[in-house]
Design a protein around this ligand. Structure first.
Ligand SMILES: [Zn+2]
Length: 282
């Protein structure tokens, strides 16, 4: 994907140098700064308890954080650009439909992270927390994707993952996620899972709509990379380790075929009204 020299979003919180070990390395002062940021930073859903937990968790760690490498920084710039592309696309589409798009934050972390949905580790894989309306991604997962898909071709796989998570933000803004959770009440596990699959496939569809709107930045092979990633980020690859609050990505995501079908449908139509996964996947 073409991204160098494009606008980068201000909505990325890069905590990669802060997570876990860095707090320990800096002692209590950095811990307190993190606490203050969390309490007064205006983040919805972040409680004092969470912030304290994060601070204490960090201080218990004896591992020193590695400084960000050149590659880490470049990856951060890439993520900021993809998030900016998403902001532009969704601001436009929401405006076209008489709505205002509220831009979510994207948190880059390493090791572990506290969220309004509970604590998460790198093993959680990328996820969206509706409680604080933030996307969380760990660098290790990015590296894994790069290794799996090849450094160059892997770029769009990451863009797809980010856009899928933004898709969950869209569903939160539109009330789809809440409606689905209400519908799940009292249903059997199998029925509840079907609804989860519909939600996941719709997020894939929204990622496709995003790709449709950003065709001018696509390079040869990008869509294939997204489709490969749609396989890779399925149930087997991502086991959510979230505590407490249920996160959509801890559910089943649908088959590879279904995921590719809905991404492609979003990409070919570019029409948000055609993401009818709840009507079709029952
Ligand atoms: Zn998902």
């Amino acid at each position: 994907m073409k991204w160098l020299g494009r606008r980068q979003s201000d909505n990325v919180e890069d905590r990669r140098g802060l997570s876990g070990g860095k707090v320990a390395a800096g002692g209590g002062i950095i811990g307190i700064i993190i606490l203050l940021l969390n309490v007064f930073g205006g983040e919805t859903g972040q409680t004092v308890g969470n912030a304290l937990e994060q601070m204490q968790g960090g201080q218990q760690s004896t591992e020193a954080a590695a400084p960000l490498s050149k590659e880490d920084k470049e990856m951060g710039d890439f993520v900021r650009t993809i998030l900016a592309y998403n902001e532009d696309t969704w601001s436009k589409i929401f405006a076209e439909n008489g709505m205002t798009y509220e831009k979510p934050k994207l948190v880059l972390f390493r090791g572990s992270v506290q969220t309004a949905c509970g604590g998460a580790s790198s093993a959680s894989g990328p996820f969206y927390c509706p409680g604080d309306r933030k996307v969380y991604m760990d660098l290790d997962f990015f590296e894994e994707l790069k290794t799996k898909f090849g450094a160059k071709g892997g770029d769009f796989a990451i863009a797809y993952v980010i856009s899928h998570e933004i898709g969950h933000h869209i569903q939160t803004l539109l009330g789809t996620s809440e409606k689905m959770r209400e519908e799940q009440q009292g249903k059997s596990e199998a029925e509840a899972n079907k609804l989860s699959v519909a939600l996941e496939l719709q997020a894939d569809f929204y990622a496709g709509v995003w790709a449709h709107d950003n065709q001018q930045y696509l390079e040869a092979g990008d869509i294939e990379e997204a489709l490969s990633a749609a396989n890779a980020v399925g149930d087997d690859a991502i086991q959510s380790k979230m505590q407490g609050h249920v996160v959509p990505d801890s559910f089943t995501h649908g088959t590879s075929e279904q995921r590719m079908y809905w991404f492609k449908k979003g990409f070919s139509t570019g029409d948000i009204k055609q993401g009818t996964t709840f009507e079709e996947i029952r």
